[in-house]
Design a protein around this ligand. Structure first.
Ligand SMILES: Nc1ncnc2c1ncn2[C@@H]1O[C@H](COP(=O)(O)OP(=O)(O)OP(=O)(O)O)[C@@H](O)[C@H]1O
Ligand SMILES: [Mg+2]
Length: 384
C-alpha cells in the first residue's frame, strides 16, 4: 500500500539545516498496523506528514497504491488527502458548537458525501467506538478519552483506506489509554484499514504494531515485529528501550510455542501410538483429525485398549487439555498451562493445532522477561 524509499526532509537553510528525516525506507502492506516509534525529535511526525505531503519531502521516492505521490499535481493530491488518507492528531480540534454526531460526520463533508448518508455513517462510527448514545452531546460535555474517540470515529466514518495517527493517545491517562489501544486493535481486526501509528512509547508500539520501525535522529535503527525487537535488538540503543518493556504483556503464545514432540492421527493403531509415546516418556498425546484436535490419548487408556485388542484410537480419547489462540499474551497463558498431561495447545481460527506451550517453555519465557542478557536466556532454555 505504501512504499517509501530513501525519504528525506531537511528543514531550514543550508547554513542551519536540520536533517529531520535522513533517508528512510519502508513498505507497509494493506491492512497492516505499522508503528513508528522514537524519542522526541527523532523525526516521526515529519515522516508521517510526508506521506500525504503535508510536509514536502526534500528527496526520496513515495508510492501509495502504486502511484507516485511526489509527482502528483494539486487535484490528485487533494483527492489523496480527502479520500484515500485520513489523519488523526494528538490534540485535534473538535468544533465546540457542533454536536458529537456533526463532528464525527465532518470528514465526509469535505469529501462531498450527502447529508443523510453522512449522519448515518457518523452514527455507525460513534456506535463502533462506544459513543452511540452521545451523538447529541457537545464536545465540552465529553472526557478527554471520549473526545479522542470522536476523532477516531471521524476517521472511521470516512472510508479512507489509510489512517495516519500521530500520538493519538499520548494525552490520555494510562488506563483510558489501554482501553483505546484495545479499541483500536478490535476495530482493526474488523475493518482492516492500513494504519501508520506514531508513538514514543515502546510498550504501546509493541501492543499495537504488526511491525515497528524504531527511529533515532531521522534514521531507522530497527524495523521488525515486537518479537524481533525483544529478542534481537539491533543495537545497545534499542536494547536500552527494550529493558523497560513488560514482555509478559507483549509476547504471545505464537512467539514461544514449539512443535509438539509427537502427535497421533485418528486412524493410527493404539499399539504404535503407545510405543512412540513410551519412546519419548510422555503420558499423553494429542490425536489429530484433519489437523484438528480430536482429543488426547493417555498412556493408560492406550495400554488398556491394546490389552483388550481394540484397534480404534477414537475410544481412547479424553478432553483433558487446554487450548488457546496464537495471539494470547503470556500473562494470560499462566492459568492455562500445567493442568494436564499434555502441554497447552495453540490452535488457529480453523481449530488446527499450530504448536504447543509446555509449562517449562512458559516459565523460561517469563523469567527471560527479567533479564535482557541473551546469553542468559539461552542458558536457561538449554537447562530446561
Ligand atoms: N517546521 C520545522 N522547521 C524546522 N525544524 C523542524 C520543523 N519541524 C520539525 N523540525 C525539527 O525536525 C526534527 C524532527 O522533528 P519531528 O517533529 O518530526 O520529531 P518527532 O519525532 O515527531 O518528535 P515529538 O515526539 O516531539 O513529536 C526536530 O529536530 C525538530 O526540531
Ligand atoms: Mg511528533
Amino acid at each position: 500500500m505504501i512504499e517509501a524509499s530513501r525519504l528525506k526532509k531537511v528543514y531550514g537553510s543550508t547554513s542551519e539545516a536540520v536533517r529531520a528525516v535522513d533517508g528512510v525506507s519502508f513498505d507497509v502492506a494493506p491492512g497492516e498496523l505499522f508503528v513508528i516509534m522514537g524519542l522526541s525529535g527523532s523525526g516521526k511526525s515529519t515522516l508521517l506528514r510526508m506521506l500525504n505531503r503535508l510536509v514536502e519531502p526534500s528527496g526520496g521516492e513515495l508510492r501509495i497504491d502504486g502511484r507516485d505521490v511526489l509527482k502528483m499535481g494539486d487535484a490528485d493530491l487533494r483527492a489523496l488527502r480527502n479520500r484515500k488518507i485520513n489523519m488523526i492528531f494528538q490534540h485535534f480540534a473538535l468544533f465546540p458548537h457542533r454536536t458529537v454526531r456533526e463532528n464525527a460526520a465532518y470528514g465526509m463533508r469535505v469529501r462531498g458525501v450527502a447529508e443523510a448518508e453522512r449522519l448515518e455513517r457518523a452514527d455507525w462510527a460513534l456506535e463502533t467506538v462506544g459513543l452511540g448514545d452521545r451523538g447529541d452531546a457537545y464536545p465540552d460535555q465529553l472526557s478527554g478519552g471520549q473526545r479522542q474517540r470522536v476523532g477516531l470515529a471521524r476517521a472511521l466514518a470516512t472510508d479512507a483506506e489509510i489512517l495516519l495517527m500521530d500520538e493519538p493517545f499520548s494525552a490520555l491517562d494510562p488506563l483510558i489509554r489501554r482501553d483505546m489501544q484495545d479499541l483500536l486493535l478490535n476495530l482493526q481486526r474488523e475493518l482492516q484499514r492500513t494504519i501508520i501509528f506514531v508513538t514514543h512509547d515502546l510498550n504501546e508500539a509493541m501492543r499495537l504494531g504488526d511491525r515497528i520501525m524504531v527511529m533515532r535522529d531521522g534514521q531507522v535503527v530497527q524495523l521488525g515485529t515486537a518479537t524481533d525487537i525483544l529478542h534481537k535488538p539491533s543495537s545497545d540503543y534499542v536494547r536500552e528501550f527494550v529493558s523497560d518493556v513488560d514482555r509478559s504483556r507483549v509476547l504471545t503464545a505464537s512467539s514461544i510455542m514449539r512443535e509438539p514432540l509427537m502427535t497421533a492421527g485418528i486412524t493410527d493403531d493404539p499399539r504404535d501410538v503407545l510405543r512412540r509415546l513410551s519412546d519419548i516418556e510422555a503420558g499423553g498425546v494429542f490425536v489429530l483429525d484433519g489437523g484438528r484436535i480430536a482429543g488426547v490419548a493417555h498412556d493408560e487408556s492406550l495400554a488398556q485398549a491394546v490389552g483388550e485388542g481394540r484397534t480404534s484410537l477414537r475410544e481412547c480419547l479424553t478432553d483433558g487439555y487446554e487450548q488457546t489462540g496464537p495471539d494470547t499474551l503470556l500473562v494470560d497463558l499462566c492459568r492455562l498451562v500445567g493442568r494436564h498431561v499434555v502441554p497447552l495447545a495453540v490452535t488457529d481460527d480453523d481449530g488446527k493445532l499450530r504448536g504447543v506451550v509446555p509449562r517449562a517453555t512458559l516459565l523460561t519465557a517469563l523469567s527471560d522477561a527479567r533479564t535482557t542478557d541473551p546469553d542468559n536466556s539461552r542458558k536457561a532454555a538449554a537447562h530446561v
